[in-house]
Design a protein around this ligand. Structure first.
Ligand code: NDP
Length: 251
């Protein structure tokens, strides 16, 4: 057990479902106090209620991570409910798939805003909390798509995820004065509700192409985030870790 997580206050953006919910669950099981943030109130509340029913300490708030006022309100609410913010898991993201020839420039902006601008906004809003604590942890959910691989229809998505890694290099330098680290997890193909529509045959084929012969579980990403957030990882900053079952290892 990473003992340093117990009692810590954690924001998980996009914590209502998918990978974010997995991250929230992993932290809650370690005894952290988890703020689940998403745009949809119903799904954020439902996720929080379900975790609390299993003995977790969570709360929820609506937030649009691309909006500065909304992000500030999320951080203020977390500080009010849990007495501060120790850890930020900036995970919320969108991934519409549109080839560039058909892509409305507004869609490019929306993806950049939700996936990349949000990282800056969430980190910026948490800095006063980290300064007050004399420590802090930030974990970004990036992707293998962009930094390592490409995928047709995801020019904007890939650029935003690679951009997160560019952001984190300088952010790690600026956050060091607050004894705060920032690192990124780069998931491969992770099994979420959203993938169910693809059908079992497609998912089986996808799994067969991965060296570890399965899609990732949302908890696989949560466990990597947990390590980065722990005291034990206190000398690691500005780094990224691929969690993809070996998918991007070149032959
Ligand atoms: P889901 O679509 O399952 O969940 C996305 C979450 O983000 C939801 O809680 C959603 O809630 C929230 N969200 C979306 N937009 C916003 C916004 N503007 N403000 C606040 N919350 C928002 O996605 P995944 O779990 O699959 O993906 C999570 C992250 O992991 C993303 O950053 C994604 O790029 C990354 N990733 C996912 C992979 C995968 O295989 N699934 C692979 C690699 C990276 P709501 O809609 O209510 O706001």
């Amino acid at each position: 057990m990473l003992t340093s997580i117990k009692g810590r206050s954690v924001i998980v953006t996009g914590g209502s479902k998918g990978i974010g919910r997995g991250i929230a669950t992993v932290f809650a099981r370690q005894g952290a106090k988890v703020m689940i943030a998403a745009r949809g109130a119903d799904s954020a509340k439902a996720a929080s209620d379900a975790m609390n029913a299993e003995g977790a300490t969570t709360s929820w708030t609506t937030c649009d991570v691309s909006d500065w006022d909304s992000v500030q309100a999320m951080v203020a609410k977390t500080a009010e409910v849990f007495g501060g913010v120790d850890i930020l898991c900036a995970n919320a993201g969108i991934f519409p798939q549109t080839k560039m020839v058909d892509m409305d420039p507004a869609e490019w902006d929306r993806v950049m805003s939700t996936n990349l601008r949000s990282a800056f906004l969430c980190v910026k809003a948490c800095i006063p909390q980290f300064e007050k604590n004399g420590r802090g942890r930030v974990v970004l959910t990036s992707s293998i798509t962009g930094p390592i691989t490409g995928f047709p229809g995801w020019a904007h998505y890939g650029a935003s995820k690679a951009g997160q890694l560019g952001f984190l290099k300088t952010a790690s330098m600026e956050l060091a004065r607050y004894k705060t680290t920032i690192n990124a997890v780069m998931p491969g193909n992770i099994y979420t509700e959203g993938l169910q529509d693809l059908g079992q045959d497609y998912l089986d084929t996808m799994a067969a192409s991965i060296p570890l012969k399965r899609l990732g579980a949302v908890e696989d990403i949560g466990n990597a985030a947990l390590f980065f957030a722990s005291d034990e990882a206190g000398y690691i900053t500005g780094q990224q870790i691929v969690v993809d079952g070996g998918q991007t290892i070149p032959e």
